[in-house]
Design a protein around this ligand. Structure first.
Ligand code: AMP
Ligand code: ZN
Length: 144
């Protein structure tokens, strides 16, 4: 049956985060579990999974939102010490068009190694000032 409850029952990240499916866990506290991504963008690519189900960032609670960046910083710092990466990207996809494939909020922590690999990259466009003004008006009107 469709609906949020059923989505949670069938949610693989709910099961991993809560230990129902075993995983190699890099870090765990009462709110989060951090695991390795099965299809890593670089060596050590990790995922921060909240233990509560939120489909994406628009649904996440204030409590989880406040904590997730602190966990990301903790993991990134440990990766720099332990894996020898020189930086890391935090990536968080929302919606199909943004590349989200698992609809349980998660944040990617992707170590970077000065190896020239393009992981989070785009070809910069140009910002049209008139278009920017129009968008600014529409977006500020749309804010809750
Ligand atoms: P996203 O595209 O932001 O939704 O990211 C989903 C990520 O989860 C992808 O990078 C997948 O490689 C990863 N993934 C999917 N299933 C698993 C799993 N069972 N364990 C670990 N990583 C997974
Ligand atoms: Zn879930």
């Amino acid at each position: 049956m469709p609906g949020p409850e059923n989505e949670m029952e069938n949610c693989i990240f709910c099961k991993i985060a809560n230990g129902e499916i075993p995983s190699t866990t890099l870090y765990e506290d009462d709110m989060f579990r951090v695991i390795f991504d099965l299809g890593p963008a670089s060596k050590g690519h990790a995922l921060i999974l909240p233990k509560e189900h939120f489909a994406d960032v628009t649904e996440i609670s204030e409590e989880y939102a406040a904590k997730v960046l602190l966990v990301a910083a903790k993991i990134g710092k440990a990766m720099k010490k332990a894996l020898g990466c020189t930086g890391f990207n935090l990536v968080q996809n929302n919606g199909l068009s943004a590349g989200q494939t698992v609809f349980h909020f998660h944040m990617h922590v992707i170590p970077r190694y000065d190896d020239g690999s393009k992981i989070v990259a785009w070809d910069p466009g140009t910002l049209d000032p008139e278009e920017a003004k129009k968008m600014q008006k529409k977006i500020s009107e749309a804010l809750d």
